[in-house]
Design a protein around this ligand. Structure first.
Ligand SMILES: [Zn+2]
Ligand SMILES: [Zn+2]
Length: 322
């Protein structure tokens, strides 16, 4: 499924099979998660994709050919971080997520809305057993970037999650496993998302525009809504952190300095490091994380994107190529 220009639906296309280069592997895709970032690419909010583009960066597949790291037939995962330069000061200081010259899967490189995909083997992950291809796909971005955001929230006991989609439904489970208390903030009328959050262990779920039921120690914003930043600061105690986990957000309205005073901080989380992926993929089966998946065949990728845009997906949308 190919994006020819932002703002247009994806088109089915027959492409030549991709050929792995040095250090790359060719995989047969079995599942590919649909991420909000894909929506930002398709809708033109991330404005520099390669074109035409095969989107998708939560790829589960089996190795067909190429590379030295993985055996043919091995199940691997391909995430958003496609490759880094390895030389810039960020790469050299354990911050490859901030690399000056990265390529991203399903943005600068063709991704997994396809039967075949090519990846740099050093940036792919071996996958733990126990979860199906469909269940594990959402861990590859929603899960591991969500996990990076959770780490940035420090040891907060009372954790607010703004937006309860793919990432929050995973991170809620991890946070509960760590003994934290979770408060879920959704759209006012989204009773389904609120029930879903309570089912997964949130002790409170309600309207993001209403005051929090009690003070929070940290908040993670998964919804790309700038108004949530001052709201989350208002809900957060002294010393607390508000973590913005999305790659794109509407403008943040101005707010009085007193909301930031008291050593509160606002920060973003960008991309992932391979270490984040290795840590999270080891942690997830011990929680254990259960992903809730809405399955779509590849040719219905546009329906999956439309449902995600409209907030109709409970958990994670995943394209299935089985
Ligand atoms: Zn670099
Ligand atoms: Zn993503």
């Amino acid at each position: 499924m190919v994006l020819r220009a932002p703002g247009r639906p994806l088109e089915p296309a027959d492409l030549a099979p991709p050929v792995p280069g040095d250090g790359e592997v060719l995989v047969r895709v079995s599942a590919c998660g649909v991420c909000r970032t894909d929506l930002h690419v398709v809708d033109g909010e991330l404005s520099q994709p390669k074109l035409p583009l095969v989107p998708g960066h939560q790829i589960v597949g089996t190795v067909v050919d190429g590379g030295e790291r993985f055996a043919a037939g091995e199940r691997i995962g391909i995430p958003w971080l496609g490759e880094t330069c390895g030389r810039c000061r960020f790469c050299q200081s354990g911050r490859e997520n901030l690399c000056d010259a990265p390529t991203f899967t399903g943005y600068d490189r063709d991704g997994g809305y396809a039967e075949l995909a090519v990846a740099a083997e050093a940036f792919a992950f071996p996958l733990p057993p126990g979860l199906s291809d469909l269940e594990i796909a959402p861990l590859l971005c929603a899960g591991l970037i969500g996990y990076r955001a959770l780490r940035m929230a420090g040891d907060a006991e009372r954790l607010g999650l703004y937006g309860f989609g793919a990432a929050a439904h995973i991170i809620c489970q991890v946070a509960r496993h760590q003994g934290r208390r979770v408060f879920a903030f959704t759209r006012a009328d989204d009773a389904d998302a609120q029930r879903f959050a309570r089912d997964l262990g949130a002790e409170w779920a309600g309207d993001a525009r209403e005051p929090a039921p009690e003070e929070l120690d940290a908040a993670i914003l998964f919804a790309p809504v700038g108004e949530h930043v001052p709201a989350a600061l208002r809900a957060t105690s002294k010393g607390g952190t508000v973590v913005c986990a999305g790659i794109h957000m509407s403008d943040i309205p101005s707010f009085p300095y007193k909301l930031l005073w008291g050593e509160r901080s606002v920060r973003s989380v960008a991309n992932l490091t391979r270490r984040d992926g290795e840590e999270f993929l080891a942690l997830a089966p011990t929680v254990p994380v259960h992903t809730h998946v809405a399955e779509y065949p590849l040719e219905r990728a546009n329906d999956a994107l439309d449902d995600l845009r409209a907030g109709r997906v409970e958990g994670s949308a995943v394209l299935s190529l089985a």
